[in-house]
Each structure stands twice: as C-alpha cells, then as structure tokens.
Design a protein around this ligand. Structure first.
Ligand code: EPZ
Length: 435
C-alpha cells in the first residue's frame, strides 16, 4: 500500500492538464455492451484504477478489450455471460451501469447489489424502478438482482428523496436505447456526464432529446437494433471534478495555476463560490487560471445536483475554507454522511465539526503537517490539499483511493512545484522507526 508524503507550504505555479472524465468514461465503457463494435473510446483516463476494474468486468462479459495510452478499443459478442459478481460490484459501484446495456442487448442481467459504501447509504431502488418501467421482470436472489427483458419504451421517473440519480439516469437511458419504442425519463439528472452518455448514444445512432434537462426522450432501436454497429469512435470530455480539485489546490496553496484542457462551463457553481470568497480567477474557453490567496471570506454553501455545487468537491472546498477569517458552513444535500475527511482535517489542527449534515469550518487556525488516513476518493483529495497548505510534512495513507479518480496526481502536483512523493507505506514506517 502506498502513501503520499507532502512537504507543505510551497506555492503551486505553472500549468496542469486535465485528464478525461472518470465518471464520464465509466457508464460509456459499460455502454459499449450495447453493440458488437469495434468501438474506439479516446480520452479515457486509462491510468485510473476504476477504469481498469471496468475493463476487467467487460472482459468477464466476454468483451475483447484492448487498452492503449488513453484509448480503449472494445468488441462485444451478442451472446455471453450476464453476471456482474459481488466481488467486482463492491469494488466499484459504477459497475451497476452494466445493468441497462446487458438487459437491452442480451435480454438478461444478473447484477449484485452493491452493499456498503464509505460515503453513506447508496441505494439502487431508482435504477430498478426505471428498468421495471421499461418492462423488465426483476427478482432479488441471494444479494443479486436478476432481470429479464424484453424491454419496451416506457415512462420513467428517476428522482428520489435526495434528488435525481446520475448513474440511474445513464443506466436507464442505455436500457431505453436498446428497448423497443420511445421512452421518456422525467426527473432525470442533468449532470454533464449524463449529456456525454447521450452524446455517446447519439454516436451509436440513437435519437435522444432533452439530455441536460430533467426530461429526456429516447427513441429505442430494439434488442437487435445495434446488431451491425461497428467502427465507432467517441471522445470522453475532460473531468470536471479533477478540474475543480486543481483549481481549489491552486487557490489553497498560493501561486498561480493554469488548469488546462477543461470545460469551465461545467464548473460554474464552484467558480461562482470562489469569486464570492475572493479567489482571483481568469476564465478562458478551455482553461481556468487561479491565483492563490492568503485568506478567503467565509461562505455558506450546499452540495446539490447539477448545476449546483457538486458533492464530489465538498471535501476539497472544505480544505480551502480553513483559510477564512470566520465560520463557513457546507451542507451535504446529496450524501448527508459524506464527512469522513472532517476528523482527519482536525489532525492538521483545523477547527472543523459536523452538525447533522452540515460541516462547520472555523477558519484561521494554522494547519500543521500530520499523518492522516484517506477514506475515499474525494476525501483523499481534501487531505492532499490540506497537506499542501500545511507547514511541515504530511503523510496521506491509503492513497489507493486517489488512484481511483486522479490520474498521476503526484506527477501533476510536482509539475506545479509541489513537494509530493508517493512511497510504499511500510518503507517509510521502518524509516520512522529507525529515526
Ligand atoms: C455519481 O454516483 C458519481 N459516480 C458520484 O461520484 C457522485 O458523487 C454522485 O453521482 C453524485 O453526483 C459516478 O458517476 C460513477 P446518485 P451515483 O445516484 O450516480 C440517492 C466520485 O467520487 N439514490 O446520483 O451513484 C443516493 O443515495 C463518485 O467520483 C437513491 O435514493 O449517485 C444519493 O443520495 C462518488 N436511489 C442521491 O440519490 C437510487 O437508486 C444521488 O446519488 C440511486 C441514488
């Protein structure tokens, strides 16, 4: 197991290139199950663990997968296994998005219920309701959902108590693409990754309207509708959460960072918050330049479905808010328990606490390097940013979480002048003992 060793307090300066979107790639990779291919996906962040887990799952479904540098070529036979086993689904919840494409193309899907997750409760009831609305017959057996087609167009409502579901919308869109007839999804998620999935389906020849709004209309091509489809190329857009993370890191560490190959319009909520708290930004067509600040003004924000402020940037923003001259509030309205980073932030000396689903940050306390434990992907990014801000040395353990979603983070940060090393945990432990 590796960890990051960060010698903090150095400003970040220079340019950083954003990779293709993780959360954009995952459903589209599973969407490749809809057609025989060959299909070529470009701009895939192939260095990420979640991408490699996905390719492993696709192979289990009988796909031939070839990974090159930021490209994946896929061919999928019509017949083949339809089971997404627990061992893989528990590793990566996004594998639930194999459900729709498998059901549409192979008429059957056997998908493990994902089980526990360290950012809180994450049911999949809306995915199931959506498939049922398209005519799927579903039963539960030994922790698995067994679904059978054929699918036909239907009317689907996909919002729950916490708002719309992102993967649920993508999953049902992909199922509807291979269903017979027209489907309409109401209460759909509007995230840019949903629009990318719709763009991908359009590349496969599916007629879709309304993606990016709560009502999406899909003209399904039927179970054999993609039977002769091949030679398709699709490019994954840049990662808006990686973009936001580097913008926040630049603001927090000081210096001047140009975040390149991004889509600023996908991050309007974050950019608006940063402007309001006094972070200087220059916004270009496909870049954002951020100038670091010694202090930001406090704020009161909530995570919300897109175009609201994303839950995936809640932790990274919390690190920056330790630089305020007052009290800030961040309320989690998507995953109310997603605060595992909070007690780790305290180890840096931050004055943070939680009341209900609100994180309370009393800014102004200086951060000192600490030994901290990453608990999930975005919590890890929060701790790395805190480590860059802190004086002295920080060790962020269990950084395998980071490798799920940030390509070569230590390399990118070093390119900006940070002193970050990725080392094997045990080696450093024995050095510490010797010291
Ligand atoms: C996606 O997860 C992302 N994952 C998450 O990013 C992100 O945090 C989340 O959307 C919210 O933006 C991928 O795209 C792979 P949801 P998803 O279904 O789709 C409730 C990261 O760090 N809900 O939109 O699984 C749910 O509990 C990851 O990259 C139901 O009630 O999230 C939550 O409160 C973590 N029933 C809310 O909806 C359902 O059937 C939104 O979850 C499904 C969800």
């Amino acid at each position: 197991m590796d960890k990051f060793v960060i010698r903090g307090g150095l400003p970040l300066n220079g340019q950083v290139e954003i990779s293709g979107s993780k959360n954009g790639s995952l459903p589209i990779l599973f969407g490749s199950l809809l057609a025989p291919g060959p299909l070529l996906l470009e701009g895939v962040p192939t260095g990420l663990r979640d991408i490699n887990t996905t390719l492993e799952i696709l192979r289990q479904f009988g796909a031939e997968v070839e990974k090159r540098d930021h490209q994946v070529a896929i061919e999928v036979p019509t017949q083949g296994p339809v089971k997404a086993p627990y061992d893989l689904v528990k590793k990566m919840r996004a594998s639930i998005s194999s459900f729709g494409p498998l059901l549409a193309r192979r008429g059957e899907a056997v998908v493990s219920l994902p089980g526990g997750c360290n950012i809180g409760d994450r049911p999949i009831d809306l995915h199931i309701q959506g498939m049922e609305a398209l005519g799927a017959k579903i039963r539960h057996e030994n922790g698995y959902i067994i679904a059978n087609g054929p699918l036909k167009g239907g009317s689907v409502y996909l919002s729950g108590p916490m708002g719309p579901t992102v993967l649920g919308t993508q999953n049902v869109m992909m199922a509807a693409a291979g269903a017979d007839g027209v489907s309409v999804i109401e209460g759909a998620a509007c995230e840019p990754e949903v629009v990318s999935t719709a763009d991908f389906l359009r590349t496969l020849g599916v007629k879709i309207e309304g993606d990016g709004s709560p009502t999406i209309r899909i003209e399904g091509v039927g179970q054999d509708g993609f039977a002769s489809l091949g030679g398709v190329t699709f490019t994954i857009p840049p990662d808006r959460i990686e973009t936001g993370t580097y913008i926040l890191a630049g603001a927090a560490a000081g210096g001047r960072v140009e975040v390149r190959n991004c889509r600023p319009k996908d991050n309007l909520a974050l950019l608006s918050i940063l402007k309001n708290i006094g972070v200087p930004l220059e916004i270009g067509e496909d870049s954002v330049t951020v100038t670091g600040v010694d202090q930001v003004t406090p704020c009161d924000v909530a995570t919300l479905a897109y175009p609201g402020f994303p839950t995936d940037l809640q932790g990274p923003l919390m690190a920056l808010l330790c630089k305020t001259d007052g009290v800030s509030l961040i309320t989690e309205k998507i995953f109310p328990d997603r605060f595992m980073h909070l007690s780790e932030l305290r180890r840096f000396g931050a004055k943070v606490r939680k009341e209900g689903s609100t994180g309370i940050i009393e800014g102004g306390a200086p951060l000192h390097g600490a030994e901290v434990m990453a608990s999930d992907l975005r919590a890890s990014a929060c701790l790395v940013i805190a480590g860059l801000m802190a004086s002295g040395t920080t060790q962020v353990r269990r950084i395998y979480h980071l490798q799920r979603g940030y390509e070569s983070m230590e390399v990118k940060l070093r390119g900006l002048g940070a002193d970050v090393e990725r080392v094997e945990d045990r080696q450093i432990e024995s050095e510490t003992v010797q010291g």
